[in-house]
Ligand binder design. Structure first.
Ligand code: C2O
Ligand code: CU
Ligand code: CU
Length: 473
């Protein structure tokens, strides 16, 4: 495991007196549905938000509709939606609907798929999600600052028939680097960090606020949707005294299973839906611990049991399997095969020699020897052209000394194997986490025409070269 620089989490030092997480579930703005499409409006603008709690000043953030995270957008599977984004920032922006299989013109990559939304202008996104699940939205312009200052929100597409649970709860997890007066530290795009693990912060929030506890009732069954909305922080969550069952990954249903060693591993941009039966004792507290980075474990929040008798004597029975989404099954025998090598960074080994030219510690990453930097620009030459309708297997090889959550736009893929060993549930995903030196094989049908980005979702890595474009034509 790699050191994460100066960001050893000092949660309790910063967080004394933090307020408990209260989740405002109401959606501001307009949410009227017409016969044709559900309509939403999102205003991107600066605002102040109480990230740390009452004994600290509010944090100057950039956000959607004046709140952190942005409003939760809920749709029904197959329901058309129109979302008008108004730019009240002094900075160009776009919105990317992460994980949604939508037409390329709605993908939100500046200059590649749309002109950037200039300050004072707006853009209307229109799409229909074929898939139900837990998705999210975030900017794809000046992403380091815009995402790092708070612009992100959940996009939940409801199944036509949901699994029966008592409550459906969302935790959008964000990671902030805050100063001692709870302001966002400057220094985005530090080349040294970009060549290592990226900008890992010192404060992790649940739905925009540091959380001391989340109230639960003994005996209830909760569907918990987890979204890692961090710039760079990888999380490994353990629920002390509980046994979460994973029912969906990156929005896509999977065989219900308990995670390996009880840890839910979430790289930036990844989502996991779990079903949690609240089997703890009334009146007790159970910690939710993130112990991904060696020696830097901290607790994210606690499950605080109400002092009330259990809601039911025995856990609910019945299958936890969600209905599958309409994803085309790749034909592995006929699939085209390509290798993608992730290269560069500090301690790259293998003598890449990248990023070391000129300034000391300058970061450079590459995919198959090519570095695309930034958030998106016109005329990005595709690394590969894939045939519309054909199946593909990509062998993604991490030649670097760092972890990379690799994300592909416009498609979901099956995760087939890691270092040649079959992955137990061959889950669908849109983002796959690669440990150093690991090779992951993923498969998908190239059924969505367009120039689609593939990049690491550690934003520092993306903007310093760990990005490419795959054309489906
Ligand atoms: Cu959520 Cu191009 O990313
Ligand atoms: Cu995406
Ligand atoms: Cu990366």
């Amino acid at each position: 495991m790699t050191a994460i620089g100066p960001s050893a989490i000092s949660r309790r030092s910063l967080l004394v007196g933090a307020a408990s997480a209260t989740i405002a579930a109401s959606l501001p703005g307009t949410a009227e549905s017409s016969q044709t499409a559900a309509e939403f409006r999102l205003v991107a603008a600066p605002a102040r938000w109480p990230i740390v709690g009452k004994s600290y000043p509010d944090t100057n953030a950039w956000c959607y509709d004046g709140r952190v995270p942005g409003p939760e957008i809920r749709l029904r599977q197959g329901e058309p939606v129109r979302i008008t984004v108004e730019n009240g920032l002094a900075d160009d922006t776009t919105v990317h609907w992460h994980g949604i299989r939508l037409p390329i013109a709605m993908d939100g990559v500046p200059r590649l798929t749309q002109p950037p939304i200039r300050p004072g202008e707006s853009f209307t996104y229109e799409f229909t999600s074929p898939d139900a699940g837990t998705f999210w939205y975030h900017p794809h312009a000046n992403s380091l600052q815009q995402l790092g200052r708070g612009m992100a929100g959940a996009l939940i597409v409801e199944e036509l028939e949901a699994v029966p649970v008592d409550r459906d709860i969302l935790w959008l997890l964000s990671d902030w680097r805050l100063t001692s007066d709870a302001q966002i530290a400057s220094g985005f795009g530090n080349p040294m960090e970009a060549a290592m693990s990226g900008r890992v912060g010192n404060t992790v929030t649940v739905n925009g606020a540091v959380s001391d506890e989340v109230t639960v009732r003994a005996g209830e069954r909760i569907r918990l949707r987890l979204i890692n909305g961090a710039l760079a922080r990888i999380m490994a969550l353990r629920f002390e005294g509980h046994r979460p069952v994973v029912v969906a990954i990156d929005g896509q249903p999977c065989d219900p299973h308990e995670p390996e060693r009880g840890r839910l591993l979430l790289g930036p941009a990844m989502r996991i839906d779990v079903v949690l039966d609240m089997q703890g004792e009334p009146g007790r507290h159970y910690r939710v611990v993130d112990d991904f980075y060696d020696g830097l474990s901290y607790w994210l929040t606690q499950l605080a049991y109400e002092d009330k008798p259990p809601l039911r004597a025995h856990p609910l029975e019945g299958s936890l399997a969600l209905a599958r989404n309409p994803l085309p099954e790749p034909d592995l025998a006929a699939a085209g095969r390509h290798a993608l090598a992730l290269q560069g960074g500090m301690m790259g080994g293998g003598g890449m020699g990248m990023g070391m030219q000129g300034r000391e510690h300058e970061a450079t990453w590459a995919i198959n020897g090519h570095s695309m930097t930034g958030d998106g620009h016109a005329g990005m030459a595709p690394l590969l052209t894939l045939q519309l309708g054909r199946s593909y297997v990509l062998a993604i090889r991490n030649e670097t000394a760092f972890w990379h959550p690799v994300h592909f736009h416009g498609h979901s893929f099956r995760v087939l194997s890691r270092n040649g060993s079959p992955v137990p549930h061959r889950q669908w995903a849109d983002t796959v986490l690669l440990p150093p030196k690991e090779t992951v094989d993923v498969a998908f049908v190239a059924d969505n025409p367009g120039d689609w980005m593939l990049h690491c979702h550690v934003t520092d890595h993306q903007v310093s070269g760990l990005m490419t474009v795959l054309r489906v034509a």
